[in-house]
Design a protein. Structure first.
Length: 331
């Protein structure tokens, strides 16, 4: 439902746990969660520093020796313009010393990086979902030490059938003709949750659709994003929208004009309805259904404003039959 992550260790070594690294604990971005014993890594840094110093001193000595040889060459030959060869000036040895210095500096950078990675810090503000290790425990490379998730935003996967998709403006992530198809639309999502017997409402946005249909259920999942799911930036007593909580979601749909709503019992076979004309006779009219719902239907074509629709059962009704309506009924 939100950003989610797990941590992996680097080497088999004792582990020290921070106060914020317990199931259910909250932490801030950059906060120290756990520390791998850094002693071995600090020793490696000292060794790498010594190697850098030795390589630098070796390069300095070779350069000084090369300069002395050049001066001796010039003193022996007077004003000659001849240049001594590379072996006399020890240029191959100098090049090798430069390469050794670069290699030792790279080893020092690597040692410092591995030392830095002994500190497991939170990449974002969040909460600990699960802890898989304890204080002083030895851990191995690749071992999962815990699971955390972000509380800045929550993401909720909502399954939609093919019929439901036709009534929604969903965010598009594809490009047509090397141009953006249209400005991204992010429908509003109203989320209903129940906490301690009381209903609460959260508002979010549909931010993306997942790639392809689910291979088992054949539904399309869309992802709704809710800002501040733990209500940390609000002053009310709203409960958090926690991972694993059941919710009901309503997604803002497309806007349709000139749509009529009828009870389901008003629609006969073949999408037909009985319309009462001005002379109180029946007309059997075919309508175009936009959508079928549990207790009603939405009609997009075939009706006009002011039409009187028969909603009661008529077993033997035919077109042209005279009927009585509440307006002209006499008891």
């Amino acid at each position: 439902m939100s950003k989610y992550g797990c941590f992996y260790t680097k080497i088999s070594t004792p582990l020290f746990i921070g106060l914020s690294f317990s199931p259910g604990s909250f932490f801030k971005k950059g906060e120290l969660l756990a520390v791998i014993d850094p002693k071995e890594y600090e020793v490696e840094i000292l060794k790498a520093k010594a190697k850098v110093a030795q390589s630098r001193q070796r390069l300095y000595s070779l350069r000084q020796e090369s300069q002395v040889r050049l001066e001796d060459w010039q003193a022996l030959r007077g004003n000659t313009t001849d240049i001594p060869n590379d072996l006399i000036l020890k240029k191959p040895q100098i090049a090798e010393a430069k390469a050794n210095l670069q290699a030792s500096m790279a080893e020092l950078s690597d040692a410092r990086l591995r030392r830095k990675r002994t500190e497991i810090r939170a990449p974002y503000t969040g909460r600990v979902m699960e802890k898989s290790i304890d204080l002083g425990q030895y851990v191995t490379a690749g071992q999962v030490v815990g699971h955390i998730y972000s509380i800045d935003k929550a993401e909720i996967r909502l399954p939609l059938s093919d019929s439901q998709l036709s009534f929604l403006n969903l965010p598009k992530s594809y490009i047509l003709n090397n141009k953006v198809d249209h400005q991204e639309i992010k429908p509003t999502v109203t989320i209903h949750t129940v906490f301690a017997g009381k209903e609460y409402i959260w508002l979010g946005k549909v931010v993306r659709t997942e790639a392809g249909l689910d291979t088992k259920s054949r539904v399309q999942y869309v992802v709704a994003e809710v800002d501040d799911p733990y209500a940390l930036r609000t002053e009310n007593d709203k409960p958090p929208l926690e991972i694993g909580r059941f919710i009901n979601a309503e997604i803002e749909g497309k806007l349709y004009k000139n749509v009529y709503v009828l009870p389901r019992q008003a629609v006969r076979q073949n999408n037909q309805v009985f319309v009462v004309l001005s002379d109180n006779t029946l007309e059997l009219r075919t309508i175009e259904l936009l959508r079928n719902e549990r207790n009603r239907v939405l009609v997009s074509n075939g009706l006009a404003s002011g039409d009187k629709i028969v909603v009661s059962p008529l077993d033997t009704a035919v077109g042209g039959m005279k009927v009585r309506t509440p307006d002209n009924f006499e008891g």
